[in-house]
Design a binder for this molecule. Structure first.
Ligand code: PLP
Length: 391
C-alpha cells in the first residue's frame, strides 16, 4: 500500500484536526436542538451564532446575512429559485457555459419549464467577457448566476465588474463561491452581490453542510419552509457540522494569505516542471487570475480515466477532464466550452492542492506522473486511440 497522495482538494478536503475537535462535543453530550429553550438547546443556539459570525467574517458579510443549509448545491438552487419566484413575470436567466452542475442542471430544468437561458461563452483561457453579460441582460432577466472560481480550471471570473453591471442594470446577482471561499479573499459588503453560495467540505469541514449569503437588502423567499434560520431555511440545523464549518472558516481566514502563497508556489513548481519536461503537455485556463491551488493539464495521447486508475495504484488521487457514465466517456463541458477538443478533454487531468500538500508530495507526484504518462503513451497503438483501462 502506498501513502495517500491527495491532489484533489477541489473535489473535497480532509477534515482539519481542529475542526474535528470543535465539532466532537456536538456529536456527544451537547446534542441539544438549537430551537429548545432549556440550556442544552440554548448552548447549541449560541454555538450556531458563533459559527455564523465566523463564516460571515471570512466572506465580509454580516452574520444575519448567512443562512445555513445542507450544501452548496442547495444554496445555488435556493438563490435561483428564490429570484424567479419573486419576479414570476421575468422568464430569463443568465449563466455561463462553464458552471457547476448545480447551476447547469437547474437551468436546464427551468428551460423545460419555459425559461429562456443565456449560456454566456468563455474564451480559450476560460475567461468571461463582462461586455457579453452587459449585452445579454434584458428587462426580462430575473437573475444572473455565475461562478466566482471555476472548479475544473480554477479560473476566476471578474466578479467586481460583473457586480457593477448587474447593479447598474438592477438585476439580482448570484455568485457560486464554493471554490473561491478560503482560497481568495472575499468581501461581500463591498462587492454587492445579492446571493452567494458556500460549502463546508471544500474548506476542511464535513460534507453535507453549506450556506447561502443573502444580502440584507435583497429580496428572498425560502426553498424549504419552516421556522429555523429565522424562517429562511426550514429544517433542524446540522449543529455539529455547522460548528465545524464556522471553525473551518475561522482557520481559513487566519491562514488565507500564507496558505495561498504556499500552495501557489507548490502548484507553480509542479506545473512548470511538467510543462517543461514532458512533451505534449498544455495548461487549460489562464495562468492568472486563477485559484492558487488548481492546475488543469492536457497530456496529449493519453486517456485520463486510465491515468486515474494507474495513479490510484500508487496512492495518487486527482480528477479527469471527463466523466464516465453509463459506459460512455463525456468530455468536460468546461474544457469543451474553452475550445479544447473532445480528445484533448479526455486527455486532461485536474490537480488541486491543499493546505497540507508538501514539497515532498510535489516531488513524489513529479516522479509518478511522467512515468504513468510515458507508460500510457507507449501502450497506444501507432496512429490509434489512447488505451482505455477499466477497473
Ligand atoms: N459549486 C462548485 C463550484 C463546486 O465545486 C461544488 C462542489 O463540487 C458545488 C457548487 C456543490 O457544492 P456541494 O457539494 O456542497 O453541493
Amino acid at each position: 500500500m502506498h501513502d495517500l497522495l491527495y491532489l484533489d482538494h477541489n473535489a473535497t478536503t480532509p477534515i482539519h484536526p481542529e475542526v474535528r475537535a470543535a465539532m466532537l462535543p456536538w456529536l456527544e453530550n451537547e446534542f441539544g436542538n438549537p430551537s429548545s429553550v432549556y440550556s442544552l438547546g440554548r448552548r447549541a443556539a449560541a454555538a450556531l451564532a458563533t459559527a455564523r459570525e465566523q463564516l460571515a467574517c471570512l466572506v465580509g458579510a454580516q452574520p444575519s446575512e448567512i443562512i445555513f443549509n445542507s450544501c452548496g448545491t442547495e444554496a445555488t438552487n435556493t438563490a435561483i429559485l428564490s429570484a424567479i419566484a419573486i419576479d414570476p413575470d421575468k422568464r430569463h436567466i443568465i449563466t455561463s457555459a462553464v458552471e457547476h452542475s448545480a447551476t447547469i442542471k437547474l437551468c436546464e430544468h427551468l428551460a423545460t419549464r419555459g425559461y429562456e437561458i443565456t449560456w454566456l461563452p468563455v474564451d480559450q483561457d476560460g475567461l468571461l467577457d463582462p461586455a457579453k453579460l452587459d449585452a445579454a441582460i434584458t428587462p426580462e432577466t430575473a437573475i444572473v448566476s455565475l461562478l466566482w472560481a471555476n472548479n475544473e480550471t480554477g479560473v476566476l471570473f471578474p466578479v467586481e465588474e460583473i457586480a457593477a453591471i448587474t447593479a447598474r442594470k438592477k438585476v439580482p446577482l448570484h455568485l457560486d463561491a464554493v471554490q473561491a471561499a478560503g482560497k481568495v479573499s472575499i468581501n461581500l459588503e463591498v462587492l454587492g452581490a445579492q446571493y452567494v453560495s458556500l460549502s463546508a467540505h471544500k474548506l476542511y469541514a464535513p460534507k453535507g453542510v453549506g450556506a447561502l449569503y443573502v444580502n440584507r437588502r435583497a429580496r428572498y423567499t425560502p426553498l424549504l419552509r419552516g421556522s429555523q434560520e429565522e424562517s429562511k431555511r426550514g429544517g433542524t440545523q446540522n449543529v455539529a457540522s455547522i460548528i465545524a464549518f464556522g471553525k473551518a472558516a475561522e482557520l481559513a481566514g487566519t491562514h488565507l494569505l500564507t496558505s495561498a502563497e504556499h500552495i501557489a508556489r507548490l502548484r507553480d513548481r509542479f506545473e512548470q516542471t511538467l510543462l517543461s519536461t514532458i512533451e505534449g503537455v498544455r495548461r487549460n485556463g489562464t495562468a492568472e487570475p486563477r485559484l492558487p491551488n488548481t492546475s488543469n493539464l492536457t497530456f496529449s495521447g493519453i486517456d485520463a480515466e486510465s491515468a486515474l486508475l494507474l495513479f490510484d495504484k500508487e496512492g495518487l488521487c486527482c480528477s479527469a477532464g471527463s466523466a464516465c457514465s453509463s459506459g460512455s466517456i463525456h468530455p468536460s463541458h468546461v474544457l469543451t466550452a474553452m475550445g479544447v477538443t473532445r480528445d484533448e478533454a479526455r486527455a486532461s487531468l485536474r490537480f488541486s492542492f491543499g493546505r497540507t500538500t508538501s514539497e515532498a508530495d510535489i516531488d513524489r507526484s513529479l516522479e509518478i506522473i511522467p512515468r504513468i504518462v510515458a507508460k500510457l503513451r507507449a501502450q497506444r497503438p501507432a496512429g490509434g486511440s489512447p488505451v482505455h483501462l477499466t477497473t
